[in-house]
Design a protein around this ligand. Structure first.
Ligand code: SF4
Length: 707
């Protein structure tokens, strides 16, 4: 450990002063990742040697440090399609590890470093760390990030160069190799495991495509990409951190009605954590852009966690980048003269730039601009969009791409900075200059400080910046977590989520259960038939029809054989399409599932007319699985109990239901009891609150005397 470390504030371990670089040498390059050999290079190839191919240069980086950086020669221009912006690949910036990072070739030194870092204060791991926006926020809040892990080589290079610590470059879908590395490094426990599991596969479009493939029998309902989530949970399970922090896109919460989020929270609950979720807006935490992120925080019951407070004032694009020198398109110099910060945000982002480099700025590199785009940009006013251009300059359909171009406003927020910046920058046209944002401007809007450098060619730098968690947003939530982990826990025995609610509900239900013939069969096919009959129908109407069907068609094959009789039996229920659907479901089961009902949610939902509700009812009542049943009854109860308003999103209600189900989870007993409570006590109008078994848990309950 360098001698200057002693008095440095905990969150400044990455150094304003002192220490010396281990300059990158050719003999330490890795054949796999093409940069300096790290302990994480797969497989453990410590000691391999490779010839250097790059030319050393001196460029700045790292807090308060002059950084020896290697850069390969410019690779020349490339054009991938006639519509593409002429693109110059630019310098392939190579960054050496941070000067305080342990040498991964020296395992005893790594273990010593890990011990010293752990003794210094709270520690963290950052999985799927990317360039390190989340890690830097954690460091700024006082966590020591021991290691970052990512499958992207340039991101890991950036992370190790700026954050320091250890870098694992590899595929985390199987976490065993990563866990082996942690063991080798002596990392046996940490206070926090944080990360942003890749979210792109879980788009709505991806989900409907998956359903159609399952429906067509072209793939199984098991999505291998869910492995990333299991990996994250596996690492949590093995290391047992005191806290977990997960960041993702808000759309994830809506994916499959929150299936991923709910499943993830349930896994954490099984491991003894109390998960909480929130969607935070970056501009409410000092970041000048429209960007929302879903966060899941999980701590042990009793910890005092509070979501960070919002800031009243929104920062602006001008406050972030208004001090950067004016440049044109295709500006390729890595270093430009700089006049000095003018706003508080600029001063913050320049604060730890080395004193001898206050007059320069790095990465103010811009894309080239096509001639027709240059003309279009010049015509766009501040805040202007594609639809405002004359038709001759509209290369794309204006009805579909109405906002293809967007000139940012000085006094407004930027659009969310995304990895798409690596492809083009049309959403991010400079407020006053006829070009798209530079690499440094994008980094500034993501609130990366100016000493933070990004490895690789400019397009890779854009990608890393776009994929990052904004540093100030990360810092905001990291401060809340740091406080929660340093405050003493609440006094008294922590109550497990929902345990009291569940007990009161089930005790009541033991004497108040409704009696229906379909509850006599713990058989998926009978449950499926009953649910189809009950769709938009009262239970007393459905009862005789169900009994007739159970007699006629005890199996799907019998339903196919007796299709005409089954249709006739269902006639009294009305809705002729429902009888048709019943027969179609039976045919699909015979044809695609050997006459059996599949025990898989996606496969169930791929059956004709089967939605989430019916699929979950079959899983819980027919197969004994734990899953919540969300319908108007259960939504009403959980909304009242938790004091949610009508705008509450369904995934949040699903999470609430899981929490109310207690340690045993939403099993059949809990779901039947909840449905019966909704049918007899917690009615739509005039709920019988004074007779309600769960009134002591209910936010909406007011005793009759108070009404
Ligand atoms: S107390 Fe009233 S509002 Fe609350 S769950 Fe019971 S019946 Fe519904």
């Amino acid at each position: 450990m360098p001698p200057d470390m002693g008095n440095r504030p905990r969150n400044h371990r990455r150094g304003r002063s002192g220490g010396t670089f281990r300059a990158a040498t050719g003999s330490e390059s890795c054949p796999a990742c093409q940069f300096r050999l790290a302990a994480s290079c797969p497989p453990l190839t410590m000691g391999s040697s490779h010839a250097a191919t790059s030319t050393p240069a001196v460029l700045p980086s790292q807090r308060g440090r002059r950084l020896p950086v290697t850069e390969t020669a410019t690779a020349g221009a490339a054009r991938t399609s006639p519509m593409a912006v002429s693109f110059h690949r630019g310098h392939d910036l190579k960054l050496p590890p941070h000067f305080e990072a342990p040498d991964p070739l020296d395992l005893p030194a790594v273990r010593r470093w890990v011990r010293e870092e752990s003794a210094r204060g709270l520690t963290a791991l950052d999985l799927f760390c990317g360039a390190g926006g989340l890690s830097l926020g954690l460091e700024n809040a006082g966590f020591g990030v021991l290691a970052g892990a990512d499958s992207n080589a340039a991101s890991i290079q950036t992370h190790v160069a700026n954050i320091g610590g250890l870098g694992y470059h590899g595929d985390l879908s199987d976490p065993e190799d990563f866990l082996d590395h942690l063991r080798a490094w002596g990392i046996r426990k940490v206070d926090l495991i944080a990360g942003g599991v890749p979210c792109q596969p879980f788009s709505r479009a991806g989900q409907s495509k998956l359903r159609s493939l399952v429906g067509a029998g072209q793939r199984s309902g098991d999505d291998p990409r869910a492995g990333m989530w299991r990996s994250f949970i596996t690492v949590v399970e093995r290391l047992k951190p005191r806290a977990v922090l997960l960041e993702n896109v808000p759309d994830l919460a809506a994916w499959d009605d929150g299936a991923i989020v709910v499943g993830f929270c349930e896994s954490l609950r099984d491991l003894g954590y109390k998960p909480e979720t929130a969607i935070l807006h970056a501009y409410e935490h000092g970041v000048p852009q429209h960007r929302s992120r879903l966060f899941i925080v999980a701590l042990k019951p009793g910890a005092r966690f509070q979501w960070p407070r919002r800031q009243d004032k929104q920062p602006t694009v001008r406050q972030a980048v208004g001090d950067l020198p004016e440049v044109g398109p295709a500006q390729r110099d890595e270093q430009l003269k700089y006049g000095g910060p003018r706003t508080n945000l600029q001063r913050l982002l320049r604060a730890e730039v080395p004193s001898d480099e206050r007059a320069v700025v790095y990465d103010h590199i811009t894309r080239d601009v096509r001639d027709d785009d240059a003309e279009a940009f010049a015509l766009l006013p501040e805040g202007g969009t594609y639809a405002q251009l004359p038709r001759r300059l509209q290369r794309y359909r204006a009805d579909i791409f109405s906002d293809k171009y967007k000139r940012l406003e000085w006094n407004g927020l930027s659009r969310s900075i995304t990895a798409h910046l690596a492809k083009d920058g049309y959403w991010y046209i400079h407020p006053a200059q006829d070009r798209t944002l530079s690499v440094r401007e994008a980094a500034r809007i993501q609130t990366f400080p100016d000493w933070f450098r990004f490895a690789g060619q400019p397009s890779l730098r854009y990608r890393q910046i776009g994929n990052a968690v904004p540093v100030l947003l990360a810092e905001s939530i990291a401060n809340s977590l740091h406080l929660a982990l340093t405050l003493p826990p609440k006094r008294g025995r922590p109550r497990l989520n929902g345990q009291g609610f569940r007990q009161d509900l089930l005790t009541w239900h033991a004497d108040n259960s409704r009696d229906f013939p379909w509850r006599d069969h713990v058989d998926p096919w009978h449950v499926l038939m009953a649910e189809v009959c009950l769709h938009r129908t009262r239970a007393d109407q459905a009862r005789p029809v169900y009994e007739a069907l159970a007699e006629l068609a005890p199996t799907p094959a019998d339903m196919v054989r007796n299709a005409r009789k089954a249709r006739t039996a269902m006639r009294s229920l009305g809705l002729r399409w429902r009888a048709e659907n019943m027969v179609k479901i039976a045919r699909a089961l015979v044809k695609e599932h050997n006459g059996e009902v599949p025990a898989d949610s996606l496969a169930l939902r791929s059956l004709p007319g089967v939605g989430d509700y019916v699929a979950n009812a079959v899983l819980t009542f027919g197969f004994g699985r734990r899953t919540v049943i969300v319908d108007t009854n259960t939504e009403r109860i959980v909304g009242r109990v938790r004091g949610r308003d009508e705008k509450t999103m369904r995934w949040q209600l699903r999470l609430d239901l899981h929490a109310l189900a207690g340690r045993e989870g939403p099993d059949a007993a809990f779901n039947y009891a909840l449905l019966d409570l909704g049918g007899t006590v917690c009615r739509v109008s005039a709920p019988l609150c004074d007779d309600c078994p769960v009134r002591r848990h209910c936010a909406a309950h007011r005793p009759a005397a108070a009404r």
